[in-house]
Ligand binder design. Sequence first.
Ligand SMILES: NC(=O)c1ccc[n+]([C@@H]2O[C@H](COP(=O)([O-])OP(=O)(O)OC[C@H]3O[C@@H](n4cnc5c(N)ncnc54)[C@H](OP(=O)(O)O)[C@@H]3O)[C@@H](O)[C@H]2O)c1
Length: 282
Amino acid sequence: MGGVDAVIRRGTITGYGFTEGLIPGSEVAGTVTAVGADVDRAWLGRRVWAFTGGTGGYVEHAVVQAAEVVALPEELSSIDAVAFGSSAPVAHFALAHAHFVPGESVLVRGAAGSIGIAAVELAARGGASAVAVTTSSAERGSRLRDLGATHVLDRSGSGDPDAPASFDVIIDIVGGMDTPEFLDRLAPNGRLVLAGAVAGFPAADFGARLLSTFQQSRSVATFSLDTVPTPARDAVRDELFAAAVRGELHAVVHDVLPLAQAAEAHRQMDAGTVFGRIVLVP
Ligand SMILES: NC(=O)c1ccc[n+]([C@@H]2O[C@H](COP(=O)([O-])OP(=O)(O)OC[C@H]3O[C@@H](n4cnc5c(N)ncnc54)[C@H](OP(=O)(O)O)[C@@H]3O)[C@@H](O)[C@H]2O)c1
């Protein structure tokens, strides 16, 4: 389960058509037990990760489109795969959407979730000159340093006098009313990519902040994985799973709980105590 499930349950993004009665969750990992008539039977018995989309992932048996299934390497557990099978591609493509190149400085806002952790690791591995993070405690900051962060900031973006004053790239997973404050932290030609809405959406007039610094040539973009064609997503997911097997990326599993305790998992997410992801198992 991911932060997106909490955001949907809270009603933050009801505008996107999520209605009462929806089965939460959008990804699963496990073994293929049946295939459709026109699907290669070689999938039977294989361990896979799959995107369930609107049909829901908090289930014992999931039905998914064959195109949304990726075979898992033997060395990668289903628990690890489901902890970052969706969030690591979001981080990868959000960095690409920001046109991140080696040598640039990156700030990840909301780094303690699974998308943020992957963004930190990918930016560090990708040769960022600095990888700053926002987080709510020193303990979480220390864990993020272990994953590649070079500067730990508080949620307002302060707290480390040695951190760069501005950044080439900001991956903002939090959004909400404070996003405009972070526009001011963009370097000239800097790019902020809004990849999440943990705290909701920014005020509708947040672009005014951008216009007030017109001469800095800053940009803001939204990013949704939905705009990446499925074959490209699957190819990158494959690469990221292989990177995890090589130990270059880490699935950070906060806890593994039985499916029946999904409500408890959501309570923990609402309490802000989760670092990485909780994985539900049948
Ligand atoms: N772009 C896409 O394609 C895509 C795909 C899937 C999901 N999403 C979006 O990604 C988000 C979930 O990502 P996630 O699971 O990685 O995040 P998450 O775990 O829900 O949250 C990430 C971190 O944000 C910090 N945070 C929480 N509330 C905050 C606040 N009010 N102000 C500042 N920081 C706050 C918390 O860390 P600290 O306590 O350490 O600050 C939290 O651990 C959702 O909004 C979802 O819609 C986007």
